[in-house]
Each structure stands twice: as C-alpha cells, then as structure tokens.
Design a protein around this ligand. Sequence first.
Ligand code: SAM
Length: 244
Amino acid sequence: MTFSFIEANSFLKGFMLFLRPGAFLNFLSGPLLFASNTIRLSRWISQQPRENILNDFYQPFRDYAKRHQLHRYVIEKAQIANAPIQYLEFGVSSGQSFRWWLEANAHPDSRFYGFDTFEGLPEDWGFYKKGAMTSSAPVAADTRAEFVKGLFQETLFAFLKTHDLSDGRKKVIHMDADLFSSTLFVLTSLAQHLNDGDIVMFDEFNVPNHEFQAFRCFSESYYMKMELIGAVNNFYQVAFRIVK
Ligand SMILES: C[S@@+](CC[C@H](N)C(=O)[O-])C[C@H]1O[C@@H](n2cnc3c(N)ncnc32)[C@H](O)[C@@H]1O
C-alpha cells in the first residue's frame, strides 16, 4: 500500500492532534504567537513608505504627546479642519483624545461619538488587568458630542441602526481600545460603512498581538485597502486612509 503526500500529511496531522500537544505545550502558544506577529509587524513596517508621509521610524524613545502631531497631520492631509466630520472614538476613558478632536474641528455639523464601558478594559491587556482605565464618562458641554456607554459588542449594532454613517461627511475612526478582540470587533462591524477617503487611526498599533493583529486579520479578510497616511513613535500611533 502506498501513501500519497496528501494522505501522509493528513495522517500525521490527525495523529499529532490525537497526541494532544495542547495538553502539555500550551505554555508555548503565547510566546510563539507573539514571535510570529512580531515578525509580521516588522515585515509590514519594512514595506511602508518613508518619503512624503509623516513617519518618524526609528526613534529610540516614545513621546506619547507626539500622537497629536499625527492627528494634526491627518487633519491637514484630509482637509477636515473646517469640514463636517463624523468622529467615532472607540476607547475614550477620561476623554483626553476625544476632547482634543472636539477642539480641533469646530464645524457645527460635525458629530463626535465616544464609545466605552467606562468601567475599564473588559479583559487583561498585557500588564493592565481587566477593569484598568476605569473612568466616568467625560462631561462635554459641546452638544455635538455623545457618549455611548457599554461594551462595543453590546452597543455598536444598535448605534449603527440609528445613525447614518454614509451621509457624505468624512468619518474619522479612532481605535484606542488596546485589545485585539475589541479592535477586531469594531473594524469588522464598521466594514460596510467605510467609504473612500475615511480615516482609521490606531493608538497602540505596534503591539503585535493586539491592534496590529486585529488590523491584519481585518484588512486581509475584508480585502480592505488601507493606505498609510502617517505614523509616529515607531508605528505606535498610525493613521490610514480607506481606498475604495
Ligand atoms: C487606552 S483607554 C482610552 C484612552 C483615551 N482614548 C485617551 O486617549 O485618553 C482604552 C479604553 O478602551 C475601553 N475598551 C476596551 N475594550 C472595550 C470594549 N470591548 N467595549 C467598550 N470599551 C472598551 C476601556 O474601557 C478603556 O477605557
């Protein structure tokens, strides 16, 4: 009896699963995933343009305040300083970046939506434990601002039923939820509402197993073309333009 390559492959795979390596090698799954995603991230970074865009790679130290340099750059490139926008921020906490955007765009027809549990992270994120970053919803006197309290997974679909995100105003989606699950959920939920020219920003993009992995799963699964506009802090904060 002769085995073809495909049969041998199928036999070995079945036998390996029968041996249940997950029962005693599970401790390797985290480090191996991290190593794999870091390699992918590094390859992705090496493929990004350096000329004619904001890109500070490589910097020895992170300056978190630099993210507003990226935000200003996005506003200038997308020409939205005086245009009506729909700004959706996922992960608001005390509202630092949310308030910055409210002040940066004064158009009366702009709307600013901030989504958060306001009870902190729903899962552990690295050294941050579930519940970290708890903050009461910020108070915004600006009537253009609205906060949506709860898990994205429980609030976003209802929001999308009552808000028209394709009415011509450019959307700025600000992903600052840190977690893979939260980021992937939001991106996939918004996929059909993303139009040419919309902006998607990430606040912790270069964390291999979280925002970067969510971006990769999303852009590859939805065949979504996302063109890099700018990156600061070694790709910690990045901004993309949707191309359709
Ligand atoms: C890094 S903080 C946001 C910081 C804020 N953008 C700023 O710059 O000040 C991350 C926030 O994401 C929220 N978050 C993460 N996953 C979430 C989810 N699935 N649903 C709702 N909120 C979530 C957490 O509650 C936390 O407040």
